[in-house]
Design a protein around this ligand. Structure first.
Ligand SMILES: NC(=O)c1ccc[n+]([C@@H]2O[C@H](COP(=O)([O-])OP(=O)(O)OC[C@H]3O[C@@H](n4cnc5c(N)ncnc54)[C@H](O)[C@@H]3O)[C@@H](O)[C@H]2O)c1
Length: 474
């Protein structure tokens, strides 16, 4: 009930995903903790927000340097936190560092505009920070999400209070430690732990100037109703990949695997609806199934592992139930879709499953309509470009989309008509921090990364300067 966190502390139990054992217990933060974090953040903001962009950049670059020096330790912690392979966790740590470096570079470029007015008068605009921002994270990229939100926030002169998902509470704390070590004012980036109630209290706090949220569509809807404050919403997807028969098939197969199986399929932008032009369908399916079967599953800390464990037992059960539902609705399970038991007995209680390819799918099937958020690819066939586009866009979501073709005119024509915020031509699921990322339709509001993100973490002030006398009508 509302306010239940005012009196007593609830415990979060965090499990180690790949061995199924209890990793740690944490107290959920309530009203008092959040008030304290906000007070500290306000004090820190009074110092940080007044610094020049160059000064902020210097501290952020130091944070990036510390991340690089602790790369392996953070990556290992992320594996334990989330269950993904060490190879992917290292890339997440790199992406976090690059994002901090990128926005440190932008910090000194924030500027306004000068507008000449009649009679020598003029106006200018100032880009000012918002104040104390809240960041709310999902569990699939815990460290990276904390960096993608805090880097632009801090570069623009704001403070941030970040709440990681209670399913993966560990690595955001490392980021707070690193910012502190780099020399940001105390409390500039703070972490509060907890679930939905903590999230609600934080977002609704009157001194929180902005909320940047990553998570599911239903939670995003709630967050958007919390009050008149700017929100960035990075929500779910059910993205299409269109594979035309004139494509380079080898690259299309690789792209389809990257679009479905990174992070055990738990990626918001995943292209889980793979539309393949009819004449290359048999060849495509044969190759995709062969490579999916050879994905190395197991201990995510091993260098050879390509797929680790899903994030929790309930989530694994949910993904498996989608595979069962697909079977009932007439899809063919071409491979995988079952609980996977690693040979190492220490891992017997981990949350593993074999990556799954579903064939013979149709647009009405649940597996084609709903975000599964696990390693399940649905393959559909199409005949014409017009048909493929119509079916690809027939969804309320619009996070990402991909097209594989060797015809340059077709590539750009298709992308122009795809209703998605992040489109890929002849590749999939790459997210350089220099380019904006975010969704159309119910997949979200606002963008992360790229120059445009500065606009989501600052506000514009217009100043009129009169050089003559006041021309009064009274
Ligand atoms: N677009 C993107 O960039 C992106 C990235 C990663 C994940 N996602 C999406 O996230 C979803 C999976 O993540 P999840 O299961 O953690 O999502 P979720 O919506 O269940 O939770 C997300 C976060 O919101 C918090 N929360 C829950 N209720 C809240 C409330 N009422 N007020 C404030 N905060 C609240 C949670 O504790 C968690 O920290 C998927 O739908 C996925 O597509 C999107």
């Amino acid at each position: 009930s509302p306010g239940r966190l005012q009196d007593k502390k609830l415990k979060i139990t965090k499990f180690n995903c790949f061995a199924g054992r209890v990793l740690c217990h944490l107290d959920e933060c309530g009203v008092e903790d959040i008030n304290e974090a906000v007070e500290q953040a306000k004090t820190a903001f009074n110092i940080w927000g007044k610094m020049s962009g160059m000064e902020r950049a210097r501290t952020m670059i130091e944070a990036a340097r510390i991340i690089e020096s602790r790369r392996e330790e953070i990556a290992q912690m992320e594996v334990i936190n989330n269950g993904k392979s060490i190879t992917e966790a290292r890339l997440d740590v790199d992406s976090a560092r690059l994002c901090i470096e990128y926005f440190a570079g932008l910090a000194s470029t924030l500027s306004g505009q000068h507008v000449q007015l009649p009679g020598g008068s003029f106006a200018y605009t100032r880009r000012e920070p918002l104040g104390v921002c809240a960041g709310i994270g999902a569990w699939n990229y815990p460290f990276q999400i904390a960096a993608w939100k805090s880097a632009p926030a801090l570069a623009c002169g704001n403070a941030m209070i970040f709440k990681p998902s209670p399913v993966t509470p560990v690595t955001a704390v490392l980021l707070a430690e690193i910012y502190a070590q780099a020399g940001v004012p105390q409390g500039l980036f703070n972490v509060v732990q907890g679930g939905q109630e903590t999230g609600r209290i934080l977002c609704q706090h009157p001194d929180i100037a902005k909320v940047s949220f990553t998570g599911s569509v239903p939670t995003g809807k709630k967050v958007s109703l919390y009050g008149i404050k700017p929100v960035t919403l990075e929500l779910g997807g059910k993205s299409p990949v269109l594979i035309f028969s004139d494509c380079d098939l080898e690259n299309a197969v690789r792209g389809a695997l990257m679009a479905n199986f990174l992070s055990q399929g738990q990626v918001c932008s995943n292209g889980t609806r793979v539309f393949v032009q009819k004449d290359i369908l048999p060849e495509f399916v044969k190759e995709v199934v062969k490579r999916t079967k050879s994905i190395e599953i197991g201990d995510p800390l091993l260098e050879t592992t390509r797929m680790g464990a899903l994030v929790s037992r309930p989530h694994l059960d949910n993904v498996l139930s989608y595979v069962n539902q697909a079977k009932k609705e007439g899809a063919d399970v071409l491979c995988g879709g079952e609980v996977f038991l690693p040979s190492d007995p220490k891992l017997k209680d981990g949350y593993y499953m074999s990556p799954c390819v579903l064939g013979n799918c149709t647009d009405e099937m649940t597996c084609v309509k709903e975000e599964i958020f696990g390693p399940v690819m649905s393959v559909l066939s199409f005949e014409t470009e017009e048909e493929a586009l119509h079916r690809a866009n027939d969804t309320t979501l619009g996070l990402a989309a991909g097209v594989f073709t060797s015809d340059v005119r077709r590539a750009h024509r298709v992308v122009e008509h795809l209703k998605a915020g992040s489109c890929f031509i002849n590749n999939y699921n790459i997210t350089p921090v220099e380019v904006p990322f975010g969704g159309f339709k119910m997949s979200g509001i606002g963008r992360e990364n790229g120059q445009v993100t500065v606009e989501y973490y600052s506000q514009l002030k217009t100043v009129f300067v009169e050089m003559g006398d006041v021309d009064s009508l009274f």
